[in-house]
Design a protein. Structure first.
Length: 233
């Protein structure tokens, strides 16, 4: 009888928590994520987006509410990629950001956070931000690197974390390099979004852009190229 009295309240709590959550999505707790050494905060991101808002409207009105496609699915794991398609109100202010296919990509860490290399910021750089910040200006699609081990996932995210605070690569988009310490490349530790995502996984032995062995030809890796790769599902 004592065991039954303990089990019944526990079941009530579990069922209540399930009813309060969004079916098919995982809880997001950005406040519980441990800050990374060297991470630069995103306190100015709202100001950056607000500058693009048409006169007479607000950031909330143009960004809209989070739809099901913007929430984080239960299956998302550390090292997964987040592909972004900019919302029309952002493209209207910066049509040059509208690429064929996806416009941006970030790598998921934990608890609703991701790491990105971006110039959509007051200070263009590699930074860690909540996934909810991405959805202010983009529709999100989550994808997985096939057959990656847990060790590879952890290492891919560790590589991304090691590059926090590095400059955004807006000078030479065709200069890709997986080695941030290459003494022959002055931009080896400067990143654009898809180059960083590619390097995170290339350094774990998985080429998600099929660029081939080093040394590379000078090429640009757009986000859509990663999404279309056979290693992505």
């Amino acid at each position: 009888m004592r065991r039954l009295c303990l089990i019944v309240p526990l079941l009530v709590v579990v069922l209540a928590s399930l009813q309060c959550g969004h079916e098919g999505t995982q809880p997001v707790s950005p406040q519980g994520e441990t800050p990374d050494v060297g991470v630069l905060d995103h306190r100015n991101v709202d100001d950056f987006y607000s500058a693009l808002v048409p006169e007479g409207q607000t950031l909330e009105s143009v960004a809209g509410e989070a739809g099901d496609e913007d929430l984080i699915p239960l299956w998302v794991q550390k090292g997964d990629l987040i592909f972004c398609e900019l919302k029309p109100w952002v493209v209207a202010g910066h049509p040059e950001w509208d690429l064929p296919g996806f416009d941006h990509v970030a790598i998921y860490t934990t608890l609703g956070w991701c790491i990105e290399a971006t110039d959509f910021a007051v200070t263009p750089q590699v930074r860690k931000i909540p996934v909810s910040t991405l959805r202010l200006g983009a529709y999100l699609t989550f994808a997985r690197v096939k057959n990656a081990t847990s060790a590879q996932r952890n290492a891919a995210v560790d590589f991304a974390r090691s590059q926090l605070g590095r400059p955004y690569q807006g000078t030479c988009y065709s200069c890709i390099n997986h080695n941030p310490n290459d003494p022959t490349d002055p931009y080896s530790d400067w990143w654009y979004c898809s180059e960083l995502a590619w390097a995170c996984w290339y350094n774990q032995g998985i080429d998600i852009a099929d660029v081939g062995p080093v040394p590379y030809e000078k090429i640009y890796i757009p986000p859509q190229r990663l999404y279309d790769d056979n290693d992505i599902e």
